[in-house]
Design a protein around this ligand. Structure first.
Ligand SMILES: Nc1ncnc2c1ncn2[C@@H]1O[C@H](COP(=O)(O)OP(=O)(O)OP(=O)(O)O)[C@@H](O)[C@H]1O
Ligand SMILES: [Mg+2]
Length: 283
């Protein structure tokens, strides 16, 4: 069971190493990195490459750890008992009103699967701590039915974080960690090739130059990332923008065409305009 990237996802050697290390250790892989650097997609691609089903749990600020295990649907049970017409035996048996969460589904699956816990940092601080035992021992107890649920097969677990909150040490100890570094030019070129295989080299070259120039601008509030570059390229292709329009020699173009795909707030657009203006008057 080894992951070596796929023809839709460019995985650098260190990322492959991290995925395989986590699989060998049988520990969750904690993935961090700038937004849009392929954290979520990694889990999807690993599942595909290893031929395993993928179960996804998207975490929100209101998500509780318990929801990943199971929930007791007391409201349905009460309604069934009051309305009648429902088989009395069904209402008696509390197990009929236990709704399985994503973790339980992963534990219950009859083949090993990939479990993605996406954006773990969105939940409150207790959330990761509440899952320590479940992720470690791969088991939990259902108090309502007095059942111990154990994973039939240990899932391959991916946990992503955008660093909005620190994660507790006890949680970190149980994970293998990898930070997806922002792709260098060569890696970025490979990623673009995956998405736009026939892209003309001169357009690609100019677009990459503009993109990395924008990223390197000092004082930028939000640096554009891989997914934004891909969006921008899509627009350049759709609008049939020639590579010349991106060349810095072209004085008429103040900022790159369709820059709304790259710069996401007015301060950054102003900053860019000011820099272009200064460089033009300085010449
Ligand atoms: N290594 C890569 N190979 C191929 N495509 C990539 C790669 N990295 C990013 N992408 C592209 O960028 C898009 C965004 O990736 P993804 O949604 O996985 O980012 P993310 O890191 O989960 O972002 P966020 O933190 O905002 O959730 C993907 O749909 C894919 O098109
Ligand atoms: Mg994501």
């Amino acid at each position: 069971m080894r992951f070596e990237g796929s023809n839709q996802y460019v995985a650098t050697a260190d990322l492959q190493l991290a995925v395989n290390a986590a699989i060998t250790l049988q520990r969750p892989l904690l993935i961090k990195g700038e937004p849009g650097t392929g954290k979520t997609m990694l889990a999807e691609e690993v599942a595909k490459a290893l031929g395993m089903p993928l179960l996804q749990w998207h975490i929100k600020s209101t998500t509780k750890a318990q929801q990943g295990l199971y929930e007791y649907d007391a409201v349905s049970r009460l309604r069934d008992s009051q309305l009648g017409g429902v088989d009395g035996g069904r209402v008696q048996d509390i197990a009929n009103y236990i709704v399985k969460g994503v973790l339980w589904q992963a534990f219950d699956a009859d083949q090993p699967c990939v479990l993605l816990i996406d954006e773990v940092d969105k939940a409150d601080i207790e959330f990761p701590n509440d899952l320590l035992r479940e992720l470690d021992r791969m088991e939990f107890y259902v108090y309502e039915t007095r059942q111990l649920i154990k994973a039939r097969h240990r899932p391959v677990v991916f946990i992503t974080s955008n660093n909005e909150k620190e994660l507790p040490d006890a949680f970190l100890r149980r994970c293998f960690f990898h930070y997806i570094r922002f792709p260098d030019k060569e890696t970025m070129q490979r990623i673009i090739d995956v998405h736009y295989p026939g892209l003309k080299r001169d357009l690609l070259g100019e677009a990459l130059r503009v993109f990395f120039d924008v990223r390197e601008m000092p004082g930028l509030k939000k640096k554009p990332s891989t997914s934004e570059l891909l969006d921008w390229l899509k627009l350049l292709l759709a609008e049939d923008i020639p590579p010349e329009a991106l060349k810095s020699g072209d004085r008429k173009k103040i900022i790159p065409p369709l820059h709304g795909a790259l710069l996401k707030n007015e301060q950054d657009v102003h900053l860019f305009e000011r820099l272009v203006f200064l460089s033009r008057t300085g010449q």
